[in-house]
Design a protein around this ligand. Structure first.
Ligand code: ADP
Ligand code: MG
Length: 776
């Protein structure tokens, strides 16, 4: 094993790599100037605060730096020293930056002020083996698990064994009593039954007591001890047996929901076929590095996230997006670990390490979501405290008052108090919510709908209004170029070439359609510099010495540049047909107009109808596009109201108004330039999460696919989960009332009380489990 540190490889390579880093970052909207010293890891970046938030800027820069550092280390690990290797490294690094700049990372310690970031970027201290190994944390974790698996029993197995021991010893004790067995032996048998049956309950009670809390386990244990105290050890043992049986069943059932998601990870093959030089070799997926080329044969599952470099195929992405219709993949398209290749062989370039794949992140996120508590559950937890205290206090009163004050017999009084302890304790109530929420979250994840937590699931059930971003959500977001109108001495190609050169740097769908159309005409695009995106308005930058502005009316209004009347009327008449017009301007002249048409998605109308049917009161469309286009699309889609000409911050204001007027509001967007509105809404829903990490980070609910049908599904699932939670609560309460009435009115025997109590607990869990199978 040799350890290679960054400094040992950076000097000759350093300059070029850092250039790539700086260059790529400067191309990102909002980042203006970057200086990066690979050797010291010091980075200084200047960014425009109006365009990119401090957090986003930090994320972008931190990630870029990490990638640069990792890449350099990986080059060294491959023993490709020298200048050529560095050029490779730099080239690959640039591509990585583009592919990954959106990935959120933990923020480094940095100084951000007035649009300047100074950061000391993490330089991962990777250990490099003889050939090529990069130690990953997931790797290490697996090793530990394996070791534990070899030597110790799992918790579940222990629970099962203890439950069986309880049953057998209790039975033996009971039979022994009937057949006149030695009393000492009987005592020992019941003793064992008590210890085995109460093992986990006592532990849980002690844990809770340490935190000055009492829980239902304590009530059960006290009742069992009480039963033994009044000479009914058999009933106490039955109590403990049923108690531990029901706990075992519960953890088994809950695990089914948890494992439903973990199993997704098993979908990945353990090894990948890697191209090394001219040879193809199989390597464990943990050893794949960014930029490696991997072959995926027809019918195989993808071992890793990557982008296609050779071949075409249909890919079944159901594992990620929940959608079984295959997606066509061509060169440069992204593919995801765990999805299934169709009939074509594909070569892909690795874009994420095995531990960072979309699939791994989904699993991680669902696990996080399942471990956060829903609102109802928090309430129930607080309630459990108060309630358990009351039950305990009442039990004491039930002994003290009849025995000491009313002079009733001790044995039946005490026995009744123990029955009360059991039947009144809220086991079923406590488990009613988590059982349902876990299942609903698991179901969603399997269908490509990620709820970030129980709270979000519950809130989704209460939504009254859904607001949609227009572009890319209600419309395809792939606008077609419809008209190119030069207004100066340029011809169509000249205008297109110049504008496309600048728009090539923008992420906006409009920009992409301009660039696409330039490519279709085989135009060579000149380089552009000083690029800047003005959200909701357009872009500016320099091409061939000209400072170019491309954008909507608002861009020019705000900059005090009057649009000539004839140009304006021409643009308006195109907009009246539902097309979006962009003005291209280089002072002092308007160079031309570019018109594009974005079409409504075929399934939008259906989806909106389904939302209404599901009980959503109002569907709203928000857009930065002009009112004429907005009106057309709104009418066709059948939304209740629309707001046009909005800047990102205006969308926030509109959402707040909607909240006040109607109640809980969800915002649906693509998550890339909608972050503020996604955050403002009660629930932010991001679509197409499989492609964009930003969406996954900022939204409360992430739809992995672009499929609009998933929105009514998500709302339906959330509402159904809420219903099941209520069913459970009502049922659990009803059983308690019934059993308590039985205990006092009909002298209910303790074992029957236990059966009713534990039985209702198991039923509540099973009812929650039904949510795993919910379908739209
Ligand atoms: P939407 O609600 O449609 O997502 P945006 O806020 O993304 O709206 O954009 C609003 C308007 O700003 C667009 O309709 C367009 O006129 C203008 N615009 C935004 N980005 C660009 C760009 N890259 N090039 C030209 N115009 C742009
Ligand atoms: Mg948008």
């Amino acid at each position: 094993m040799t350890t290679i540190e960054l400094e040992t490889i950076s000097p000759p390579a350093g300059t070029r790599c850092t250039d790539v880093l700086a260059d790529t970052l400067e191309g990102y909207a909002g980042i203006e100037n970057v200086e990066f010293d690979l050797e010291s890891g010091q980075l200084k970046a200047v960014f425009d605060e109006r365009i990119i938030s401090n957090e986003s800027a930090l994320q972008v820069i931190n990630k870029a730096g990490q990638i640069a550092a990792t890449r350099a280390i990986q080059c060294a690990a491959k023993k490709e020293h020298g200048v050529a290797a560095c050029a490779n490294c730099a080239g690959a690094m640039g591509e990585m930056l583009i592919a990954q700049y959106q990935t959120a990372a933990t923020l480094p310690v940095a100084n951000i002020q007035n649009g300047v970031i100074e950061a000391s970027l993490n330089q991962p201290h990777l250990t490099v083996g003889e050939e090529r190994t990069v130690s990953t944390s997931s790797h290490e974790k697996e090793d530990v698990n394996e070791e534990q698996g070899g030597f110790t029993l799992t918790q579940e197995k222990k629970e099962v064994i203890l439950t069986i021991v309880t049953l057998l010893t209790a039975l033996a004790g009971f039979i022994g009593t009937r057949t006149g067995m030695e009393p000492m032996l009987i005592a020992v048998l019941y003793g064992v039954a008590y210890v085995a049956g109460g093992w986990y309950g006592v532990q849980a009670s002690i844990d809770a007591l340490r935190e000055k809390q009492i829980n239902v386990d304590l009530l059960m244990i006290l009742a069992a001890i009480g039963a033994a105290f009044v000479g009914q050890p058999a009933e106490g043992a039955i109590l403990l047996f049923l108690f531990s049986l029901s706990n075992t069943l519960q953890s088994y059932a809950m695990d089914r929901s948890r494992k439903a998601i973990e199993k997704l990870l098993d979908l990945r093959p353990a090894t990948a076929t890697l191209k090394r030089g001219e040879k193809w070799i199989d390597v464990p997926i943990d050893e794949l590095l960014l930029g490696d080329t991997v072959i995926v044969r027809p019918g195989e599952r993808f071992p890793i996230d990557g982008s296609v470099t050779n071949g075409q195929s249909e890919v079944d992405q159901a594992a990620i997006t929940g959608e079984s219709v295959p997606v066509h993949k061509n060169i440069n398209d992204n593919v995801f670990a765990g999805t299934v290749n169709g009939t074509g062989a594909l070569e892909i370039k690795v874009t994420r390490l095995a531990k960072d794949t979309t699939l791994a992140r989904i699993v991680q996120m669902v696990e996080d979501a399942q471990s956060t508590k829903a609102q109802t559950q928090r309430m129930l937890d607080d309630f459990e405290q108060v309630y358990a205290l009351i039950v305990l206090g009442a039990a004491a009163l039930l002994i003290v008052v009849p025995y000491f004050l009313l002079g009733e017999a001790f044995q039946p009084t005490f026995y009744r108090a123990m029955t009360w302890l059991v039947v009144a304790s809220p086991c079923a109530l406590v488990i009613s919510t988590p059982a349902s929420i876990l299942s609903a979250i698991a179901n969603g994840a399997r269908n490509g709908v990620l709820f970030k937590g129980g709270v979000h699931l519950e809130k989704t059930a209460t939504l009254k209004v859904l607001a949609f971003d227009k572009t890319g959500t209600l419309t395809h977001g792939m606008p077609e170029m419809t008209e190119i109108i030069p207004l100066s001495d340029m011809d169509e190609d000249g205008l297109l070439r110049l504008t496309a050169a600048l728009e090539a740097r923008s992420e906006h769908p409009l920009a992409k359609s301009i660039v696409r159309s330039a490519h279709e005409r085989d135009l060579d695009l000149p380089p552009s510099t000083n690029f800047r995106a003005i959200p909701g308005q357009g872009v500016e930058g320099k091409v061939e010495g000209k400072t170019l502005w491309i954008g909507n009316e608002r861009l020019f209004e705000e900059r005090g540049v009057a649009i000539p009347a004839d140009v304006l009327s021409r643009a308006r008449s195109i907009e009246d047909e539902g097309q979006t017009v962009m003005y291209a301007y280089a002072a002092p002249n308007f160079l031309g107009l570019l018109a594009v048409a974005d079409t409504l998605r075929e399934d939008a109308v259906e989806m909106i109808k389904a939302l209404k049917a599901a009980g959503i009161e109002r569907v709203v469309m928000l857009t930065g596009d002009n009112p004429r286009v907005a009106a057309k699309i709104a009418e066709r889609a059948g939304v209740d109201e629309y707001h046009a000409n909005l800047l990102p911050q205006d969308k926030v204001t509109v959402l707040k108004n909607l909240q006040q007027k109607y109640g809980p509001v969800a915002m649906v967007g693509d998550g890339v330039n909608d972050a503020p509105s996604l955050a403002t809404a009660d629930i932010g829903i991001a679509m197409g999460g499989a492609g964009t990490d930003v969406a996954i980070e900022t939204a409360d609910v992430v739809l992995m696919s672009d499929d609009l049908e998933k929105i009514p599904f998500a709302i339906g699932l959330a509402r159904h989960a809420k219903k099941v939670v209520w069913q459970n609560l009502v049922f659990a309460l009803a059983v308690i009332v019934l059993l308590v009435a039985g205990a006092f009115g009909a002298n209910l025997a303790l074992p029957l009380g236990v059966v009713g109590h534990e039985g209702s607990t198991v039923l509540v869990v099973l009812n929650g489990l039904r949510l795993l199978g919910y379908k739209a």
